[in-house]
Design a binder for this molecule. Structure first.
Ligand code: AMP
Length: 191
């Protein structure tokens, strides 16, 4: 299955994508992780992306799409995947649709892991205090929440196609995992 996980920063989207991908034997593709690796390795892409990432802004579409398409080509044809952090714009979604359509494939489910802004904000603030990062100021966190929430036109794109499902991101991690597996129509235990 080809699935996308959406959700605001701090909702636990990456954690859930990792757990579910492992359980299902699917690839977990996180463009945030890929970009951080480029920054760490000091690649040309990493150098270009870093300024945006440090400010909590989105990296320009053409850079992210190019990187993502390279990763897509590495997958085995029969392997499912969960996309975590991509697409983040309608332009990215259209590029993804076109790439999959060339192979006669398409996204089957777009799962929105939802939580109210104030709850996610408090969670991120709590984590920031523990991490002690200088750029985790209340203001920067608010900016990230504003800029990085899945935009309405992106969710609408998948809603129109009847692919959007919503899951409550507030309960404990295993409870959210169980809801996600149900939404994907997958067995909840055993594997
Ligand atoms: P994440 O770990 O998904 O929160 O991503 C970390 C950072 O990488 C984000 O704050 C963005 O600056 C950048 N990023 C990750 N994925 C994308 C994307 N699909 N489009 C634009 N920027 C992205």
């Amino acid at each position: 299955m080809y699935a996308i996980f959406f959700g605001p920063p701090g909702v636990g989207k990456g954690t859930q994508a990792m757990i579910v991908a492992e359980r299902m034997g699917w690839a977990h593709i996180s463009t945030g992780d890929m970009l951080r690796a480029h920054v760490r390795d000091g690649t040309q892409l990493g150098v270009m992306a870093k300024g945006y990432m440090d400010k909590g802004l989105l990296v320009p579409d053409d850079l992210v799409i190019g990187m993502f398409m390279g990763r897509l080509l590495e997958l085995r044809p029969d392997q499912g995947f969960i996309l975590d952090g991509f697409p983040r714009t309608l332009v990215q979604a259209r590029a993804l649709d076109a790439a999959l359509a060339r192979e006669g494939k398409s996204i089957e489910i777009a799962l929105n892991i939802a939580a109210p802004d104030d709850v996610v904000y408090e969670r991120m603030l709590g984590r920031a205090q523990e991490s002690g990062r200088a750029d985790d100021t209340p203001e920067a966190i608010r900016t990230r929440l504003e800029v990085q929430k899945p935009p309405a036109d992106l969710l609408d794109h998948y809603r129109r196609e009847g692919k959007l499902r919503e899951v409550d991101g507030l309960p404990a991690i295993p409870v959210v995992t169980a809801s996600i597996l149900r939404a994907l129509g997958a067995p909840e235990s055993g594997k």
